[in-house]
Design a protein. Structure first.
Length: 107
């Protein structure tokens, strides 16, 4: 998601553009409000679940609704399939994410 963390993505699908107050648009807004409240891993898993439920073409559809990368959504689907029962406090794997500024800039 290119948006700021916690920001609600605005869906740009045809349904939402033609009828922003329609039932489909309200469903898409609800999905994006839930995603905005989740952490990185939770967003992946939720988007993966939605795509899996939608069947063929679900990844592209969920990507359009949420603004998330198709690769990220597929990764969420894979994580759901693996059914990792371990619950940890970590969102990313050790070493993942952006490097600390002190390590990037010498001195």
């Amino acid at each position: 998601m290119a948006d700021q963390p916690g920001a609600v993505h605005e869906c740009c699908c045809l349904h939402c553009q033609q009828s922003p107050r329609g039932e489909v648009a309200e469903g898409h807004q609800a999905i994006n409000r839930v995603l905005a409240s989740l952490n990185e891993r939770g967003r992946r898993l939720f988007a993966g679940l939605l795509a899996r439920e939608r069947g063929h073409g679900g990844v592209v559809e969920v990507s359009r609704i949420t603004g998330m990368s198709r690769t990220t959504i597929r990764r969420g689907m894979l994580e759901i399939r693996r059914a990792s029962p371990e619950v940890t406090d970590r969102v990313r794997r050790p070493g993942g994410g952006r490097k600390r500024l002190e390590k990037k800039v010498p001195g």
